[in-house]
Design a protein around this ligand. Structure first.
Ligand code: ATP
Length: 215
């Protein structure tokens, strides 16, 4: 079966749709209109209809979308029907927080290995996750067939670690370091720069505040 290429912006909305459909399904709802969905997930209904058309899901006028069949599709597309093991590199403050984070009650993503150089924590189990030494990273990632990592190392070594991850065949990196890491086209990087996000928020609030002031 041919697979349609889904635009990145659409792909990013998939988990939002999925979570809400799950909620509807749990509540026993069998169908949902794009307008109802739009209200709930705060995405306009035209965008929802366009997004869903990529999945071949065409809502019927006066009926809407079938919740269970959409849910089954999302489950498959988001690989919610199989467990994805993820590794965490760098168990500092942020790394520890992520080890404890339950990824929105997702039963399908779990951190199964973590790596650090700090010998106070290597060889221990933190929040149920074994912490290996960086010397064992390549071997463990290969043995455990891990393809996705969360990067929470200091930024000055982020590129060096990334190069090793690329060598071992990692396919995706969730990069929490402020460094924009360089990877080959075959590797996908999602950047999560918390400081940057906060500064953007402060900037918009500042701007809004100034505009609202009369003096
Ligand atoms: P953060 O809040 O960003 O996690 P932190 O102050 O807790 O910061 P950092 O100095 O940023 O700690 O280091 C994060 C983690 O990365 C630490 O646990 C540190 O031991 C680990 N680390 C440092 N160098 C390396 C390395 N070369 N390889 C792997 N982990 C490293």
């Amino acid at each position: 079966m041919a697979t349609t290429k889904i635009p990145h912006a659409t792909a990013k909305r998939l988990p939002i749709y999925y979570r809400y459909l799950h909620f509807l399904s749990d509540a026993g709802k069998q169908r949902v209109s794009s307008t109802e969905l739009a209200d709930a997930v705060k995405v306009d209904s035209a965008t929802i209809r366009r997004d869903f058309s990529y999945f071949g899901a065409l809502g019927k006028r006066g009926y809407g979308y079938d919740v269970e069949s959409l849910l089954a599709f999302f489950k498959k597309t988001l690989k919610q029907d199989k467990l994805t093991n993820v590794a965490l590199i760098g168990v500092g403050n942020l790394g520890h927080a992520l080890l404890n984070y339950n990824f929105h009650q997702s039963n399908n993503v779990r951190i199964s290995a973590a790596f650090d150089i700090n010998e106070d924590i290597t060889g221990t189990i933190q929040s149920g996750v074994p912490i290996y030494h960086m010397d064992d990273m390549k071997e463990q990632l290969t043995v455990q067939q891990i393809e996705i990592v969360i990067l929470t190392v200091p930024s000055n070594i982020a590129q060096e670690v990334t190069n090793e991850l690329v060598e071992v065949g990692i396919k995706g990196i969730l990069n929490f370091t402020p460094l924009r890491i360089t990877v080959p086209n075959s590797v996908r990087v999602q950047n999560v720069d918390l400081t940057n996000e906060l500064q953007t928020l402060i900037y918009f609030l500042d701007k809004f505040g100034q505009e609202g002031e009369s003096e």
